[in-house]
Design a protein around this ligand. Structure first.
Ligand code: URA
Length: 279
């Protein structure tokens, strides 16, 4: 049998060095003390995109493993392209047993959307629907998130949607601090691969994990916080907005700030004074 072709050692070393440098920029490898300054984390240029129609349903499930895409990366490529990096991460997440949740869930939920998204939404953790489908935000809160994205003149396919935790906590309980700590590196590496301009933190768990603070969403919302080479905007979680619709106008203000940071205008059909554009 012919031997498998192997890449030259120097190429492999260069690829590993580049990947480690990329991960280190976001503190994946340590406590962040060795991070590159944000200015060094140059964003890959992304082509201008038009507004697409809001989808009526989320994209079809992509069952893990994504090994085919990951294996397709040539060993000589210094840095994986975002889609390949995300596919490799999805495989890692699916095999992850760093906390007990990995052995309890039905499907892992790495997140989905455009690998080159300028905007990433980060929620808390998969619920029952997400656990069944392996996709983030596909339940009732997901339906509202779809409307929120649509009100911004965007579609789910144009953004990336992920969670702090990639596996469902049993009974939809809150994420435990050790689970957040074990899972944090995956989100950081997803953000390092995508390099979004803006990250919208949905709810307290996402805001606190992304901004490493104990402050409430009420305190954090309404302004941009620089982090991960991007601007983080915190707003209320769609599940909270379903329970407390009177807060929707504040969420819409936050989404308009996101649009402003992206250099976009709210679509004309969502008037600024509308009380509930995300209803
Ligand atoms: N679905 C998700 O994927 N994340 C949440 O935070 C809530 C529902």
């Amino acid at each position: 049998m012919p031997a498998e072709p192997t890449a030259p050692r120097s190429d492999l070393r260069a690829a590993v060095r580049a990947l480690l440098a990329d991960a280190d920029a976001f503190g994946v490898l340590g406590d962040g003390a060795n991070r590159r300054p944000a200015a060094d984390v140059a964003r890959a240029s992304t082509p201008a995109r038009g507004f697409g129609p809001a989808p009526t349903a989320p994209t079809a499930p992509v069952p893990p493993p994504h090994a085919a895409a990951a294996a397709a990366t040539p060993a000589t490529s210094p840095v994986a392209d975002p889609a390949t990096a995300l596919a490799g991460l999805a495989c890692e997440i699916d095999a992850c047993r760093r906390c007990a949740l990995g052995g309890q869930r039905t499907r892992s939920v790495p997140g989905q959307g455009s690998p080159r998204a300028e905007l990433v939404f980060v929620g808390e953790a998969p619920g029952a629907d997400e656990d069944r489908e392996g996709l983030a935000f596909v339940g009732a809160a997901g339906a509202l998130l779809t409307k929120m994205i649509g009100a911004m003149g965007l579609s789910r396919d144009e953004v990336f949607i992920a969670n702090v935790l990639k596996c469902r906590p049993p009974g939809n309980r809150e994420p435990a601090p050790d689970e957040v700590a074990q899972c944090r590196g995956y989100l950081e590496r997803q953000l390092a691969a995508i390099r979004p301009k803006v990250i919208c933190a949905l709810g307290a768990h996402a805001a606190r994990s992304l901004l490493q603070t104990e402050q409430s969403v009420g305190k954090l919302r309404g302004r941009a916080h620089p982090a991960f080479g991007a601007q983080v905007v915190a707003t209320y979680h769609p599940a909270y907005l379903l329970r407390t619709p009177s807060e929707k106008p504040k969420a819409w203000e936050d989404l308009k700030l996101v649009l402003k940071l992206l250099g976009r205008e709210p679509p004309a059909r969502a008037p600024a004074a509308a009380p509930e554009p995300v209803a």
